[in-house]
Design a protein. Structure first.
Lengths: 792, 784
C-alpha cells in the first residue's frame, strides 16, 4: 500500500513528470494522426481510379489549389490561416505530382527496344530529378522566415567591432573607389569600424611575374590602389602569393585584423549606410549565430534582361533565391553565406580555420562547416547593398558555371546527407541547393527527348493523349500553380525554364568535368563593368544554332510522321507540342544572345527628387529622374529647356532623401524629348573625393531606395499573363538577331560591305549635344572600365 | 408452281409411299429436319439479296451413319422483277452443282425435291450451298444491290430427309469421338447404367464424371442423361454366346451405353472373365452384344479411387485415346487450374497475343459483294496465300472472369498489328465488335495502303461478359472504283491481322452481386470458381434414377461451360458443403427444409411467392458495410446518387404445390454460410425433374435464365424469371480494388475524404512548424 501511495504521489505531485508524460502522449497521438493522414493520402495517390473519377479528382484538387491561392493572396503571410493555406496548396501539388509519378513509373516506361528504354529511362530520371527538386524545394519554402531588425544597445561601447573586407582581383580603381566610399558611409562608430581592401591583383607574385608587361601592370595597380586607400583612409592589404583565390585572400587578411565581426563585400558591392545597424544586433541576441546574410541587390540588368529589355518590367532572375529561398532556408537554420553582403562572427571563422577553400564556392562551403558545428545563421530580407551583374553573356555563363561547379563539388566532397553534425532539415536544405545546379542534365534531356521520338522514332513515353491529359497535365498544372504561388512574387513562370535551358547548353560540359574530377575547378572572377560599343551576337551562339536546327528538323519530321503514321498521332502531337515549346525557348535564346551596346559603366537608378539647376546665374527648379555615380537625368518642361539651352547649366543642387542637399558641377550631355517634357542628361563633374563621396552617398546610401526599386519590379502577375509575356518575349527579339546575323553573313562574302557596316553609326544613338566618348570608336568587347574624362 | 394433273399426282403419292416404307422394310432409319435446324439460328441469311450471292448450310453426317438417301425438299420464293432467262438458283453440294432452277417472275413460288448424290457426301460436315444470279436488266448498267434482286429460301418448310443405317461400332478407344459425336441430328442423350441399388455417393460421382465426359466430348451439344439399372440375364457365362452373356440388354434401350461401377459390383453382369482384366482403373469400349452398331463403354476399377481415376481420364483426354478397345489407367495427376478460368482464359492485367488466343495471322476479305468484279476479292490470294485461310471476319474468343471490376469506365486494351491494301475507297473501315456490339471502326482511308503497328483500341469493360467473349473484326472494304459500268477489281480488298496483335484486360478485382442466374449460365460463377469443382458440393435429394440423372445433366452442362470436368466436386445424397457452393437437385417432396426455407420462393405446401408489383428507381443500397455506407452518405452531400432499379413485391401464400408442370431453378445465399451460394433445381416429381433438366440445358433456356428464380415448361417462351429480393456480394479483390470500387462509385466522397485528409495533415504540419519555430526561433516567434 505504501508503495502504491508513493507511486500515486509521484504521479499526482510531480508536475514536471506529468507534463512530460502528457507531452509524450501528445506526441505519440500526433505521430499516430500524422501516420493516418500520410497513409490515407498515400493510398489515394496510389489508388488506380476510373478515368472519370480521376478527372473529377484532379479537377477538384486543381480547383481547390486555385481557390486557396486566391484566398492566400488576401491574407497576410504571417497569419496562421495563411500558413495553413500555404501548406495545403503545397500538399495538393505534391499529391498531384506523386500520383503522376506512380503512374509514370508503372505504366509509361518503354520496354520495346533497348534504345527506347535507355532514352525513356533518361527522360524518366530527368523527371524524377525535377520532381525531387520541386518536393525538396516545397519543403524548404514551406514557411519562409521574416526577421525583424534587432536594435543595437544604446551604449555604443557595447557594440562589437567590425572589419569590412573588400577582396579584389582585377576590378578597376574607379569601381573600387565607389565601393570603398560606400563602406566609409556605413553608419557605425569609427573606432569600431575598419575597412580593408584585400588586393589580389597586386600581390608580390603578380608584381614579380615573368611577363614584364603584366608585372608592370600589377605594380601600377598596387601603387594606385595603395594611394587610393591612403586617400580614403582605409587599409590596403595584399599578400605574397595568390593561393586559394578569394578564400585565400580573406584568410591571409584574418591574422592582421582583430574585429569581432567581419563584413565581406565583393568589389562591386556598395553597402548602404544602415547595413551594420540593421544586422549587428542579431549577433548580440544569439551568441550561437555565425552569419547574417543579406540579399544581393543589383542595379544593372543581367545580360539576358538587358538584351531582352525586361529589367524594368519583371523580377530579376536572382530575386527568387534572395526573396524566397533564403528565407525558407532561414526557417530551417540553413541560410548560407553567399560570398558578399554578409556579416560573420570572427570567432566562428577562426574555429574552422577561416573561409573554406576546397571548392570554388567557398561561401557555401564555410556555411556547411559552421552549421555542422551547431552554429546558427540568419537572413535579413532587406537589400542593403547594391552590386553589379555581369554585363555580357560570356561573363554570366562563367559566373553560373562557377556556382554550378562549386555546388557540385560540395555535393561530392561535402555531401550534406553524409556530413556529420548537420540536422536532417539542414541536410535536406543543402541538398536542395546543391542538387538544383544539376539542372543542365535535366534540361538537355527535356530538350532532346521529343527529338528522340520525332527524329529517331524511339518510344520514350508509353502513353496516349488521353492518359497524358489525365495524369501529366494535372501534374504540370499543379507544378505551375505551386511555382507561381511560392515564387511568383520574385520569378514569373517559365523564366526559370528559359534561363536554365539557355545556360544548360554551356554548363553541361563543365559539370561533367567537375563530376569526373571534383577537385579540379579553379576560381574565376566574374568580370563586371564591361562595355560594348554596338549590338552584336554573343560568341557563344553556336550551340543554340545547332539545337535550333535539330529542333526544326524534329518538327519537320513530326509533321511528316503526323501524315505518315496516323495511328501514332497522339504521341506525335504531344512531342510536337513539346518540341514547339523548346523551339520558342531557343528562339528566345536567339534574342537573348544579341548583346546590346553597353557604354555606361555606372548604371543609372531611378532617382525622383527635387533639384535646382543653376545656369547663367539663374536657378531653375526641376526634378531629377535618374542618377548614377557619373551622371544625373533631369526632367524639364519646354520653357525650362529653352532657358537652359540659352544658358548652359553649370551646377545642380540635388535634394537627398534625408533632406541633405548636394551641390554638384554638371555638364549637359544629352537631350531627349519625352512627351511634353524633355529629359536632359548631365555628366557630374567631380573635383575631389568629398564630392564623389557625396554622389556615392546620394546613390548608394539609402537602403530604402533599393527596397522601393525592388517593390516596383517584384510584382505578381497571373499565370496566363506571365505565359504570354514570356512567349511574346521569346519571339519579339528574334528579328533583331537576324537583323544582325544576315548582314554579317552577307558581309563575309562582301568584305567591302562589311567594312561599310563597321563604320556605320550605332543604331540607337542619342542626340549628341556635346563632345564626349559616345561617338568615339570603342573596341567591340572591351573588358576594362571606360575612363571618365573631365571636360574643361 | 404449275399444278400437276391427277394421274401424275397419284403416281407421286405412290412413289412417296414406297419411299417412306422402303427404309422401314430395309431396317434403315429415317430423319427429317427443316433446314433451319442446320443454320445455327442465322435464318436471316436465307434471304439472298443482290446480283450474285449465296448462303451455305452445313449438313452434318456422323461417321457411324451410312447414308442411304438424302433428299432436299426445297421451298423458295423469288422476286417478281427478275429476268427469267438471266436469273437462276443453283444448289451445290460440297462445291459441285447438283441442281439449278430458273427464277421465274411469273412463278414466284417454287418447290423442288432433290436427291443429293450420296457419293458427294462425306462424314463430318457437308456444305450445301444455295447460290443465285439475279438480274432485272441486261445490256444496261445494273445496280447490283437493287432491292428487287432477292430470292428467299424458306428454311422452315425446306427440309432435309436422311435415310441411313448405323455401321458397326469401331470398338477402339481412339475412335470415341464417333460414339460421342456432335454431328448427330437429334439431341444427345447419354445412357448410363449402374449396378442396382443401393446407390451410394461414389456411384453418384462416377456417373457424374461419365456424364461430364460425354458432355465435354459433345462440346456445345445439349446433353441429357438417363440412368438405368443393370439386370442379369438368365444365360450361363460359359455356355452363352457374346462377350457379356450375363448382361440383360432388355431394359437398356437401343443406344450407346456407359457402364460405370466398381469391378465387384459389375462382375455379376459382365462376368468373371471381364473382372479378371480389371486390375487398375479400367476403360474399355465394346460393341453391344445385342446390336453391334451400338457401343458399350465400361468404366471400372477395383476400388473407388480406380473408378474415379478412370472416369476422370475419360473426360480429360482430348487427344486420341490408345488405339485399343481397353486401357488400364494407373495414375492421374490433376494440375491446379487458375480460379474462375475457362477456355482461353485471359487473366486481368495480362496481355495475350492473338496467337496465344488461338488466332493466327489472318487475311480478311471484304464481306461486300458488289457484282461485276474482275475477280472476286481474294480469289487469287486464296491460291497463293501462306497465311491462314482468308476469311471475311476474324473472331477472337477469350474467357473473362465473372464479376470483373476495375471501375465503371475501365477498358480492355486491344493492340492491333495489321496491314491493308492499296486503292480502297476512303470509307473503307475495319469494324470491331465485342459480343455482337459495335465498338469502334478503324478508318482504312489511306489510298496507298498502310500498316498499323500497335494500333490501340479501348474496349469498355462493360461490354465484356462473364465467361466466353467474342471479339470480331470485320473489314468492310470497298474498291475505289465502284461505278456500275466500270470494270472493278477486288484483289486489293485485303486486310491482314497479324498474330502478334494482342488483347489485355485491365487490372481488376472481382465483385459480383448475387444471386444472378445469368452469371451462372455464362460462366458457372460462383459454382465453378475452381474449374475442377474444388469449391462445389452437389446434393442429390432423392434416390430416384431420374433425380440422379437430372443432377448429372446439370453437371454435364456446367462442365461444358469451362470445358473441364469436375472431379473434385463433392457429390452425394448427403454432402458436407462447408466452404463450398452448393447445388441441390431434387423433386419438391424431397427438398431439404432448410434450403427450401431460404429459397426466394417457397414451392412446397404451404407455399409463398413474391409477386413483382412495381419496378422503381430507388436509392441504391450500399453493398459493403459501414465504410461504404459512410461514403454513400458523404457522396449524398454533393450530388444525388444514381439510383438503382428495385422491385416492389407482394408476397402471396398458397396451400398446395405451385409448380405442377414447371421446372424451377433458384439461386440464393446459403443460410448456413453467408457469402456462399446455393443453386436449387427442382420439379414436382423425379421424371418431370429430369425432363425439365434436359430442357434447361438447351440454349434457348440456358442462356435466358436470369435473376434468382427461373421457371419453365415445355415451351421455351414459357421461361419466366424474377429479380432477387435480397442480394449479396462476393468478391475477391485486393484492398486497392475494393477502394477503387468505392471511389469509382463515390467520387465526391473521395474528393471530400482527400481534402479532409489534406486539411488534417496541413493542420498537423502547421502545428509542427510552429513548434519548430518556437524551439529554433523563439525571438521571432515571440514577435509573431
Amino acid at each position: 500500500m505504501y508503495a502504491l501511495a508513493e507511486r500515486l504521489k509521484v504521479r499526482i505531485f510531480d508536475k514536471n513528470k506529468k507534463t512530460a508524460i502528457m507531452q509524450k502522449t501528445n506526441n505519440h497521438l500526433l505521430d499516430g494522426l500524422g501516420l493516418v493522414f500520410v497513409a490515407g493520402i498515400a493510398t489515394l495517390a496510389i489508388l488506380p481510379l476510373a478515368h472519370a473519377t480521376q478527372i473529377q479528382m484532379v479537377l477538384g484538387v486543381i480547383a481547390a489549389m486555385l481557390l486557396l491561392r486566391m484566398i492566400a493572396r488576401r491574407l497576410s503571410p504571417l497569419e496562421a490561416f495563411a500558413q495553413l493555406v500555404r501548406i495545403l496548396i503545397i500538399l495538393l501539388a505534391v499529391f498531384l505530382s506523386i500520383r503522376y509519378l506512380i503512374w509514370r513509373t508503372f505504366h509509361t516506361l518503354p520496354t520495346e527496344d533497348p534504345l527506347s528504354f535507355v532514352a525513356g529511362a533518361l527522360l524518366y530520371l530527368a523527371e524524377i530529378y525535377a520532381l525531387a527538386i520541386m518536393l525538396i524545394g516545397a519543403f524548404v519554402t514551406i514557411n519562409p522566415l521574416r526577421r525583424s531588425i534587432v536594435p543595437l544597445p544604446e551604449d555604443t561601447a557595447k557594440w562589437p567591432s567590425v572589419d569590412v573586407l573588400i577582396p579584389t582581383y582585377n576590378e578597376s580603381e574607379e569601381l573600387l573607389e565607389v565601393t570603398l566610399l560606400g563602406a566609409l558611409h556605413i553608419d557605425y562608430p569609427l573606432d569600431k569600424l575598419n575597412i580593408y581592401l584585400l588586393d589580389d591583383g597586386g600581390t608580390l607574385a603578380k608584381r614579380e611575374q615573368a611577363d614584364p608587361a603584366q608585372a608592370n601592370a600589377a605594380h601600377l595597380r598596387h601603387r594606385r590602389l595603395q594611394a587610393l586607400c591612403q586617400k580614403l583612409g582605409v587599409h590596403y592589404l595584399t599578400r605574397e602569393k595568390n593561393e586559394s583565390a578569394k578564400a585565400g585572400n580573406i584568410n591571409s587578411a584574418l591574422p592582421r585584423i582583430h574585429g569581432d565581426l567581419v563584413l565581406i563585400l565583393d568589389a562591386d558591392h556598395v553597402p548602404t549606410a544602415d547595413f551594420l545597424r540593421n544586422t549587428v544586433g542579431w549577433f548580440d541576441r544569439d551568441p550561437r549565430l555565425f552569419l547574417v546574410q543579406t540579399p544581393h541587390f543589383f542595379i544593372n540588368p543581367d545580360p539576358i534582361e538587358k538584351n531582352l529589355r525586361t529589367y524594368e518590367h519583371m523580377p530579376s532572375e536572382q530575386e527568387m533565391f534572395y526573396n524566397n529561398i533564403q528565407r525558407g532556408l532561414d526557417f530551417w537554420n540553413s541560410s548560407f553565406f553567399c560570398g558578399s553582403a554578409a556579416l560573420l562572427r570572427r570567432r566562428c571563422l577562426d574555429e574552422v580555420g577561416g573561409v573554406q577553400g576546397v571548392t570554388v564556392t567557398e561561401d557555401a562551403e564555410t556555411a556547411v562547416a559552421l552549421h555542422a558545428r551547431g552554429y546558427h545563421s540568419a537572413y535579413i530580407w532587406k537589400p542593403m547593398m547594391a552590386g553589379l551583374q555581369p554585363e555580357n553573356f560570356v561573363s554570366l555563363v562563367k559566373q553560373r558555371v562557377r556556382w554550378a561547379q562549386g555546388m557540385t563539388q560540395l555535393l561530392m566532397l561535402r555531401n550534406p546527407l553524409r556530413h556529420p553534425g548537420l540536422s536532417w532539415y539542414q541536410r535536406l536544405s543543402y541538398l536542395n541547393c546543391m542538387l538544383f545546379w544539376l539542372f543542365p542534365f535535366a534540361r538537355i534531356i527535356f530538350l532532346l527527348a521529343p527529338l528522340a521520338y520525332l527524329l529517331l522514332g524511339l518510344s520514350i513515353y508509353n502513353a496516349n493523349l488521353y492518359q497524358v491529359m489525365l495524369y501529366t497535365l494535372p501534374h504540370l498544372v499543379g507544378g505551375l500553380i505551386i511555382t507561381d504561388y511560392l515564387y511568383g512574387n520574385a520569378r514569373w513562370i517559365f523564366v526559370s525554364e528559359f534561363y536554365e535551358l539557355l545556360l544548360s547548353l554551356f554548363m553541361i560540359k563543365p559539370l561533367i568535368q567537375v563530376m569526373r574530377s571534383p577537385r579540379s575547378p579553379s576560381f574565376h572572377v566574374t568580370a563586371k563593368g564591361e562595355v560594348a560599343d554596338q549590338d552584336h551576337i554573343s560568341p557563344l551562339i553556336r550551340p543554340v544554332y545547332w539545337m535550333l536546327a535539330l529542333v526544326l528538323c524534329g518538327i519537320a519530321a513530326g509533321i511528316w510522321r503526323y501524315d505518315a503514321l496516323p495511328q501514332d498521332r497522339d504521341i506525335i502531337l504531344i512531342t510536337l507540342a513539346w518540341a514547339c515549346f523548346n523551339l520558342c525557348m531557343l528562339l528566345g535564346a536567339l534574342g537573348a544572345l544579341v548583346e546590346r551596346q553597353q557604354r555606361r559603366v555606372a548604371p543609372r537608378i531611378p532617382f525622383e527628387h527635387a533639384a535646382t539647376l543653376y545656369a547663367g546665374g539663374k536657378a531653375i527648379a526641376c526634378a531629377t529622374s535618374d542618377l548614377s555615380v557619373g551622371g544625373v537625368g533631369v526632367l524639364l518642361d519646354q520653357q525650362q529647356t529653352e532657358q537652359l539651352l540659352a544658358n548652359r547649366p553649370e551646377r545642380i543642387a540635388i535634394q537627398g532623401l534625408q533632406g541633405r542637399a548636394a551641390l554638384l558641377e554638371v555638364q549637359l550631355q544629352t537631350l531627349r524629348p519625352m512627351g511634353k517634357q524633355v529629359r536632359m542628361g548631365f555628366r557630374l563633374i567631380v573635383d575631389d573625393v568629398a564630392e564623389k563621396a557625396e554622389i556615392v552617398r546620394l546613390v548608394h546610401g539609402d537602403s530604402e531606395r533599393w527596397r522601393v526599386m525592388l517593390r516596383r519590379r517584384n510584382r505578381r502577375i497571373s499565370i496566363m499573363k506571365a505565359l504570354w509575356f514570356i512567349l511574346g518575349l521569346m519571339l519579339r527579339y528574334v528579328l533583331k538577331h537576324f537583323q544582325i546575323l544576315l548582314p554579317a553573313l552577307f558581309a563575309r562574302r562582301q568584305p567591302q560591305l562589311r567594312s561599310t557596316l563597321a563604320a556605320a553609326p550605332a543604331t540607337d544613338q542619342q542626340i549628341l549635344l556635346a563632345t564626349g566618348e559616345a561617338g568615339e570608336p570603342i573596341a567591340r568587347r572591351r573588358f576594362e572600365v571606360a575612363k571618365h574624362h573631365k571636360t574643361p | 408452281m404449275r399444278r400437276l394433273s391427277l394421274p401424275a399426282r397419284l403416281t407421286g403419292w405412290l412413289i412417296l409411299l414406297v419411299m417412306t416404307l422402303s427404309p422401314v422394310l430395309a431396317g434403315a432409319m429415317t430423319l427429317e429436319q427443316p433446314l433451319t435446324q442446320f443454320m445455327g439460328g442465322r435464318d436471316e441469311l436465307s434471304r439472298l439479296r443482290g446480283a450474285e450471292t449465296f448462303f451455305e448450310v452445313s449438313v452434318p453426317l456422323p461417321a457411324r451413319w451410312q447414308a442411304r438417301e438424302l433428299t432436299l425438299n426445297l421451298v423458295y420464293r423469288n422476286s417478281i422483277s427478275l429476268l427469267r432467262d438471266h436469273s437462276q438458283l443453283r444448289v451445290e453440294l460440297n462445291g459441285l452443282v447438283i441442281a439449278q432452277f430458273a427464277l421465274d417472275p411469273n412463278r414466284p413460288e417454287g418447290r423442288a425435291t432433290i436427291r443429293l448424290p450420296l457419293d458427294l457426301l462425306q462424314p463430318g460436315y457437308n456444305a450445301l450451298r444455295f447460290a443465285v444470279a439475279q438480274h432485272t436488266v441486261i445490256g444496261l448498267c445494273e445496280d447490283p444491290t437493287a432491292p428487287e434482286l432477292w430470292t428467299h429460301i424458306d428454311t422452315q418448310q425446306s427440309t432435309l430427309r436422311l435415310e441411313y443405317e448405323r455401321l458397326p461400332v469401331a470398338a477402339r478407344l481412339s475412335q470415341l469421338e464417333e460414339i460421342f459425336d456432335r454431328r448427330y441430328w437429334q439431341d444427345a442423350t447419354v445412357h448410363i447404367a449402374m449396378a442396382p441399388e443401393p446407390l451410394d455417393g461414389d456411384q453418384l460421382r462416377w456417373g457424374a464424371l461419365a456424364a461430364q465426359a460425354a458432355a465435354l466430348r459433345l462440346e456445345y451439344v445439349p446433353t441429357s442423361v438417363q440412368l438405368s439399372q443393370l439386370r442379369r440375364a438368365p444365360d450361363d457365362e460359359e455356355t452363352a454366346t457374346g462377350r457379356f452373356p450375363l448382361l440383360d440388354y432388355a431394359n437398356l434401350g437401343s443406344s450407346d451405353l456407359i457402364l460405370v461401377g466398381a469391378r465387384d459390383r459389375l462382375a455379376p453382369f459382365l462376368g468373371a472373365r471381364w473382372a479378371s482384366d480389371v486390375t487398375e482403373g479400367y476403360l474399355a469400349v465394346f460393341p453391344r452384344d445385342d446390336d453391334p452398331s451400338l457401343a458399350l463403354l465400361v468404366i471400372s476399377g477395383r476400388d473407388e479411387a480406380e473408378v474415379t481415376r478412370a472416369a476422370t481420364v475419360l473426360s480429360l483426354i482430348n487427344i486420341p485415346f490408345p488405339d485399343a478397345s481397353r486401357v488400364l489407367v494407373s495414375d492421374l495427376t490433376i494440375p491446379p487450374a487458375p480460379p474462375d478460368s475457362g477456355p482461353r482464359h485471359l487473366p486481368p492485367g495480362i496481355s495475350a497475343s492473338f496467337a496465344q488466343l488461338g488466332v493466327e495471322t489472318t487475311t480478311l476479305l471484304s464481306p461486300l459483294q458488289p457484282a461485276h468484279f474482275m475477280s472476286r476479292a481474294g480469289a487469287a490470294l486464296l491460291e497463293l496465300t501462306q497465311v491462314n485461310a482468308a476469311r471475311k471476319s476474324l473472331v477472337v474468343e477469350f474467357w473473362a472472369p465473372a464479376g470483373l471490376y476495375a471501375g465503371d469506365d475501365a477498358h480492355a486494351t486491344l493492340r492491333l498489328h495489321l496491314g491493308y491494301g492499296a486503292g480502297l475507297r476512303p470509307d473503307s473501315v475495319l469494324n470491331l465488335l465485342v459480343n455482337g456490339v459495335f465498338v469502334r471502326g478503324i478508318a482504312l482511308d489511306d489510298p496507298k495502303g498502310a500498316t498499323f503497328v500497335d494500333y490501340e483500341v479501348r474496349i469498355p469493360l462493360s461490354l465484356l461478359q462473364a465467361g466466353r467473349n467474342q471479339l470480331a473484326l470485320i473489314a468492310m472494304m470497298a474498291p475505289s472504283e465502284t461505278d456500275f459500268c466500270t470494270l472493278r477489281q477486288g484483289e486489293n480488298l485485303l486486310l491482314t491481322v497479324y498474330r502478334d496483335s494482342s488483347l489485355r484486360l485491365p487490372f481488376a478485382g472481382q465483385f459480383a452481386r448475387l444471386p444472378d442466374l445469368r452469371l451462372l449460365g455464362r460462366s458457372g460463377f460462383p459454382f465453378l470458381r475452381d474449374p475442377w469443382g474444388g469449391e462445389l458440393a452437389v446434393r442429390v435429394m432423392g434416390k430416384a434414377p431420374e433425380t440422379i440423372a437430372a443432377a448429372w445433366t446439370l453437371l454435364g452442362r456446367l462442365a461444358q461451360i469451362t470445358t473441364m470436368p469436375l472431379p473434385e466436386a463433392l457429390i452425394g445424397f448427403t454432402v458436407d458443403a462447408r466452404d463450398r457452393e452448393l447445388i441441390a437437385v431434387g423433386p419438391l417432396g424431397e427438398l431439404d427444409p432448410e434450403l427450401a426455407q431460404a429459397a426466394p420462393a417457397m414451392l412446397t405446401d404451404p407455399a409463398w411467392v413474391n409477386y413483382v408489383m412495381l419496378r422503381a428507381i430507388t436509392d441504391p443500397e450500399p453493398i459493403d458495410g459501414w465504410l461504404e455506407r459512410w461514403l454513400a452518405r458523404v457522396e449524398g452531400w454533393f450530388e444525388p446518387r444514381s439510383g438503382q432499379v428495385q422491385t416492389v413485391t407482394a408476397r402471396a401464400r398458397f396451400h398446395g404445390e405451385l409448380l405442377d408442370r414447371y421446372g424451377a431453378l433458384l439461386a440464393f445465399e446459403s443460410p448456413a454460410q453467408p457469402g456462399r451460394s446455393v443453386l436449387l433445381l427442382t420439379a414436382r416429381e423425379p421424371a418431370l425433374l429430369l425432363h425439365r433438366a434436359s430442357q434447361l440445358v438447351q440454349p434457348d433456356y440456358w442462356y435466358n435464365m436470369q435473376g434468382a428464380l427461373t421457371l419453365w415448361d415445355e415451351r421455351k417462351e414459357s421461361l419466366r424469371w424474377q429479380e432477387p429480393e435480397t442480394r449479396y456480394t462476393v468478391g475477391r479483390g485486393s484492398i486497392d480494388h475494393r477502394l477503387t470500387h468505392y471511389f469509382d462509385h463515390y467520387p465526391w466522397a473521395l474528393l471530400a475524404t482527400a481534402l479532409a485528409l489534406f486539411v488534417g495533415l496541413a493542420l498537423l504540419l502547421l502545428w509542427m512548424l510552429r513548434r519548430f519555430k518556437r524551439r529554433h526561433h523563439p525571438e521571432i516567434d515571440r514577435e509573431g
